[in-house]
Ligand binder design. Structure first.
Ligand code: MG
Length: 458
């Protein structure tokens, strides 16, 4: 099953984002919070969290003002990872949440992500309702005697750490060193503690909250993780882990300091569960590498593809589980992985714990596990064009005689290769992916597509 994407005005796939002082400011946050409080109705309780950005406190104050003015009670959980806020909302049975974060975007950005009572990111329909209330000026302020209350709980993130640690045998990381780079983001509070409690020795770089991100940008890119790689090699760590600004994603380097592609990470993490639950189901977007499907197949697991975006993966996982399927894991090739027995959102902290458990179970170096996976070559290109929709229509016709999946752009399969042609949801550009175990075959398919779309480019 697939969830179709609906057009939204301010909110993208992962919340509303903008540049501080321009399109992301307290007046916008106030308006969205009033609209959200109106949607929920008075008397409801909403948890608020933020990452470490300099604009966090101003937006946090505005969100609190908007919600309490509309009769909602708020609990401020302070700085914590997005998955920690999601876990806390679910376990404390709150009515919803607001996370103030721009995830992996540069420091000048910030954003607002709305969380449902079940801990998932709000779906398109209800997000559009909030936008409509905001745009139409239909927010309903509460009377003076019905205003919401504001409280603080800066210890609640510990529930999240407890939940992760309790899922693994005691001291599973004993004798192993892990190098950690929370990147001065929200994971400073959680990642070192998670590994320590799993029995590991830890080495931490960029360990303090800092919204200027002096060590590296919030996006854990290969370039940005050079210091982590060095720390891994120097300390003899079994791997290095880095998080984005809000720690829903985890990116790894192996014990030699080599950067791991997110698709390889998901393939390995999937194999941990696939081995325990052969025949299960893996859920991932159409943009993911075939290496994930191949890793699952080894244990008789099937892979179900969805539209691109973690909320769609999460909701598809829930739907599949409701239909009685054994969904073992889901996620994207960018380091965002969802563990259905834990919670239905991407969880960078959990990814670190699972990789540790995989190493403990197999008792071989991480690089050896990676070397055993089949080799795929994926080309990823993007081209600026105002005619992304025309390109999609043209390519649909061009490839009409070969197998095609049209749930998000066009995904075609040709011989041993597949390709995805997909318009961006937020920018005037088209993305083209092509992949095969045979690099030449992937390149050939990529070139055919790039050549065919040339007349549509700006
Ligand atoms: Mg993130």
């Amino acid at each position: 099953m697939a969830f179709a994407k609906l057009e939204k005005k301010f909110f993208g796939t992962n919340g509303a984002r903008g540049v501080t002082g321009k399109d992301m400011n307290p007046s916008f946050a106030l308006g969205i919070a009033e609209a959200y409080g109106t949607l929920l109705g008075p008397g409801k309780t909403v948890g608020i969290g933020m990452d470490t950005r300099t604009s966090g406190p101003a937006l946090d104050a505005a969100v609190k003002a908007g919600l309490t003015a509309c009769g909602c009670n708020v609990i401020d959980f302070g700085i914590l990872p997005t998955p920690a806020l999601q876990y806390v909302i679910l376990s404390k049975k709150l009515d919803g949440g607001v996370m103030i974060t721009a995830s992996h975007n540069p420091p000048e950005y910030n954003g607002i992500k709305i969380i449902e009572a079940d801990g998932t990111e709000m779906g398109d329909e209800r997000t559009i309702q909030i936008e409509q209330i905001y745009l139409n000026g239909e927010s309903k302020p509460a009377d003076w005697d019905k205003l919401g209350t504001a409280a603080e709980d800066f210890e609640a993130y510990k529930l999240y750490i407890d939940a992760i640690v309790s899922g693994f045998p005691e001291n599973i990381g004993k004798g192993m060193t892990v190098a950690i780079d929370p990147g001065c983001g929200a994971a400073c509070k959680t990642a070192p503690e998670i590994f320590k409690r799993l029995g590991c020795d830890v080495v931490v770089i960029n360990p303090e909250f800092d919204g200027h991100f002096p060590g590296r940008l919030p996006e854990p890119s290969e370039e940005g993780l050079k210091n982590l790689s060095a720390a891994v090699v120097k300390s003899g760590a079994v791997f290095g882990i880095a998080h984005d600004g809000d720690a829903d994603r985890a990116v790894f380097v192996d014990e030699t300091g080599k950067f791991m592609d997110g698709n390889i990470t998901l393939a390995l993490l999937a194999s941990y569960y696939a081995e325990q639950q052969p025949g299960g189901e893996i859920v991932t977007p159409v943009s993911s590498s075939g290496i994930i499907e191949a890793a699952g197949k080894e244990y008789g697991c099937t892979t179900l593809y969805t539209v691109v975006g973690s909320p769609y993966v999460a909701r598809t996982m829930r739907e599949e589980l409701d239909m009685g399927r054994n969904v073992i894991i889901g996620g994207e090739g960018n380091g965002g992985v969802i563990y259905p027995k834990h919670q239905f959102c991407r969880d960078g902290g959990m990814s670190g714990a699972v990789l540790l458990a995989l190493l403990a179970a197999r008792n071989v170096p991480l690089s050896a596990l990676i070397a055993k996976l089949p080799k795929y070559t994926m080309y990823q290109e993007k081209r600026t064009t105002p005619k992304a929709k025309e390109i999609t229509a043209h390519m649909k016709e061009f490839f009409k005689d070969i197998p095609m999946d049209t749930r998000d752009g066009i995904r075609i399969t040709k011989g041993g290769a597949w390709a995805l042609i997909r318009p961006s949801g937020t920018e005037p550009l088209i993305r083209v992916y092509a992949e095969s175990q045979d690099a030449a075959e992937a390149k050939e398919l990529l070139d055919v597509i790039l050549n065919e779309i040339k007349p549509f480019l700006a």
